[in-house]
Design a protein around this ligand. Structure first.
Ligand code: SF4
Length: 405
């Protein structure tokens, strides 16, 4: 099989992995080296015709000894198979970089022979790129769960980011759809990465400077959003994950009967990203974003607005007096706006129009705040029609506004 044919198969096979943003990495180019990371992650997928790529996102091979039902590369799948040699991946990466197609490499693989053997192949690519080609671009290596601690230590020497996919939120979900996998094994790999990152930080050594991330499939089992967010929250705490990526389940060819017939809504994936953001940067807990009666996030309203509508007694919040943590709970006020408010209000009393100048969503937040010229009357906060008045923008519209919920 020629290189182009392999590339077509192995770039397409990699598209199911969402965990490839290259944010947070800074690596200086060596003298006579190639490429720099920009610090702002924009990777995403490679298109087979070679256009418009910032990250070459491929699998080393789509052969896999495992049989995860949701995966197109599983051993029982009858798709065309291909496999690159490490040298071919090195050569492709360098060639694409020189042609300005890419800024880096996202390299994953089906499990060949064993997790250790697979990792040795992936590491060979990264090591050759760095030490022989002096490649300074971004490298993200996917870890095969169960790989030895030594190989984790080796992988992080060459890669900017490492990731091991948690796949599904509960062990029962794995038992149902990927019985050869276990959270214990996957999390042991995460723990090894985390430990090594911490050691390297103390020793002031370079090791996976963009940290680790993971990916969870959403909607392949009946696990609720509450369960998904509980898992994410515990991974963030235990292993200082940089990101948990959510991937809405989509049916694959020749579907296994244990899988749903239809794709999970992309809006659900989007709401999970918003909730994840609230957990990490706004001080919410999973128990606040979901309830025993409503374990799934609303698809209609974003999770911050949903919380506000369930907790109307918390409002109105006085923009000129309230502490930061209360301001962060106001729908339409994001982290950046809150920081600015706290700085400016020492010298200037905020009116509604001042909030507009901060680019805060005044149309929505006016129902929840007191300013020097506005105090929402009680009937508004009590009103049955409040949810209509402050309705969330559609997920598509708000997709790129996650930073300012
Ligand atoms: S181990 Fe990874 S590549 Fe292999 S079948 Fe499972 S999800 Fe797919």
């Amino acid at each position: 099989m020629d290189l182009q044919a392999k590339l077509t198969i192995l770039a397409d096979a990699a598209k199911y992995d969402a965990s490839c943003a290259s944010s947070g990495s800074k690596r200086k180019r060596e003298k006579d080296g190639l490429g720099n990371t920009t610090g702002i992650g924009i990777c995403h997928s490679y298109t087979p015709d070679g256009r418009c790529v910032s990250l070459l996102k491929i699998l080393l091979t789509n052969y896999c000894v495992y049989d995860c039902t949701y995966c197109v590369n599983r051993v029982s799948s009858d798709i065309p198979r291909a496999r690159f040699t490490p040298e071919e991946v090195v050569s492709l990466t360098v060639e694409f970089y020189k042609r300005n197609y890419i800024e880096g490499l996202f390299l994953s693989s089906g499990v060949i022979q064993s997790p250790d053997y697979t990792m040795e192949q992936l590491i060979a690519v990264a090591k050759t790129l760095r030490s022989e080609q002096k490649f300074g671009g971004y490298i993200h290596l996917k870890m095969a769960p169960g790989a030895s601690k030594d190989l984790v230590a080796e992988a992080g020497k060459w890669a900017d980011r490492l990731s091991a996919n948690i796949e599904l939120p509960r062990q029962v979900d794995l038992d149902q759809l990927a019985p050869a996998k276990s959270h214990v094994e996957i999390q042991s790999t995460m723990s090894n990465i985390h430990e090594r990152i911490e050691e390297a930080r103390e020793e002031k050594q370079k090791f996976a400077s963009a940290g680790q991330s993971t990916q969870m499939i959403v909607g392949a089992t009946d696990a609720s959003d509450a369960m998904i967010l509980e898992k994410s929250s515990s991974l963030y705490k235990s292993y200082r994950m940089r990101r948990v990526y959510y991937s809405a389940f989509s049916p694959i060819p020749r579907r296994d009967s244990r899988l749903p017939l239809i794709a999970a809504p992309l809006a659900r994936e989007h709401r999970l990203y918003e909730a994840d953001w609230l957990l990490r940067f706004y001080g919410y807990t999973v128990g606040e974003l979901t309830t025993p009666e409503e374990p799934n996030l609303s698809l209609e309203n974003d999770p911050k607005l949903s919380w506000a509508l369930r907790n109307r007694s918390f409002f109105p919040v006085d923009v000129n007096l309230a502490p930061e943590e209360a301001l962060l709970r106001v729908p339409g006020l994001g982290v950046r706006s809150v920081r600015k408010i706290i700085k400016i209000r020492r010298f200037h009393k905020f009116r509604l129009e001042d909030l507009g100048r901060l680019r805060a969503a005044v149309v929505r937040l006016k129902f929840f705040v007191i300013t020097s010229d506005s105090n929402p009357s009680v009937w508004r906060l009590d009103s049955q029609s409040l949810p209509q008045l402050v309705k969330s923008p559609s997920p598509q519209l708000s997709l790129f506004q996650t930073g300012e919920l």
